[in-house]
Write a protein that binds this ligand. Sequence first.
Ligand code: HEC
Length: 99
Amino acid sequence: MRRIFFWFALLILALFIAAGCGGKNVSPGSQPEPEPAPDGKKLVETRCVRCHNLSQATRAQSREKWPETVQQMIQKSPGLLTESETAAVVLYLQENHSR
Ligand code: HEC
């Protein structure tokens, strides 16, 4: 009789451990994944070529002017970029296409 109790207790314990540790792996997606940081280069290559070609869109400007230029482009095409995408695009242009 004692033996059965022992195994029963062990089983309960195992269930607790499984529920506690395995729970997250069993149901992926229960916790929202953090959004990956937007890729500025890819965004420029896909969003900015709608109205002019890439070489025009990436013609070197001063670092200070890029945020302004990108804002002007967004004004021409509302919804072109979200806030975080805008930041990524500006950073990419400043890092790679500034003079
Ligand atoms: C809705 C159409 C449209 C989209 C989308 C667009 N542009 Fe433009 N862009 C224009 C037009 C029209 C001009 C030229 C007239 C002007 O400067 O107002 C221009 C001009 C430019 C210029 C030259 C401006 C200057 O001051 O010499 C740059 C650089 C540029 N765009 C970059 C971009 C970038 C980077 C993106 C993406 C974030 C983008 N554009 C998206 C329409 C667009």
